[in-house]
Design a binder for this molecule. Structure first.
Ligand code: IMP
Length: 193
């Protein structure tokens, strides 16, 4: 079975590729000559994931899946959530997003947070949704250099390392995206058999 994974993020592609069984072949957006930026205009993670998967299916005709992830911080009413990529502004980067979050949590003792990933899958025009959550806390300063996004300031529950101190397989085994992907893979393997 072959699918497009609708992402331009090489880190995500690597994480997902490592977790998939050999029977599921992955194509990147580059592989299908798609170089467009697909606008994430939805109000929820699910909507955004569906927008991207639908766009590729309708324009390029490939079975496709797409993910959207948000970091939900308890004391900030689950912000930044669906706005995680744009927390510090429309044209920002992960460093600015992390600094804004650290500053908003300054002197706060409740640092509970969770990552949530929604995956939308489209096969022959039919839509399916999968979700994964990883609970943890926001550190007071950055730790580690691996990973991407908010990884240096997120410590998953029950671990003493941040996501940025884990390799991609360690992270994938417990992460939001890993859990959502597990559900997707179980669904796909069931379909193939
Ligand atoms: P998106 O799913 O690529 O739209 O990600 C939304 C925001 O969350 C971006 O700022 C990403 O860098 C961040 N993000 C997504 N997945 C992860 C992750 O696994 N770890 C840390 N940050 C992430």
């Amino acid at each position: 079975m072959q699918f497009v994974f609708a992402t331009n993020n090489p880190n995500k592609l690597k994480e997902v590729q490592e977790l998939l069984p050999n029977s599921i072949k992955l194509l990147s957006l580059k592989d299908i000559n798609c170089f467009e930026e697909i606008a994430e205009t939805g109000q929820t993670l699910q909507e955004n994931a569906l927008i991207k998967a639908k766009y590729i299916y309708e324009k390029y005709g490939y079975n496709c899946f797409s993910d959207d992830t948000g970091l939900e911080v308890e004391i900030l009413n689950n912000e930044p959530g669906v706005y995680s990529a744009r927390y510090a502004g429309e044209t920002t980067n992960s460093e600015n997003n992390m600094q804004k979050l650290l500053s908003n949590l300054k002197n706060k003792t409740n640092r509970n947070a969770q990552f949530r990933t929604s995956i939308a899958l489209i096969i022959k025009g039919k839509e399916y949704l999968f979700e994964g959550v990883c609970k943890g806390e926001i550190l007071t300063k950055k730790q580690g250099k691996k990973g991407f996004g908010y990884d240096p300031i997120f410590k998953p529950k029950g671990f003493s390392k941040s996501f940025a101190e884990m390799n991609s397989l360690e992270k994938g085994a417990i992460s939001h995206r890993g859990k959502a992907l597990e559900k997707l893979i179980a669904f796909l393997l069931n379909k193939i058999d």
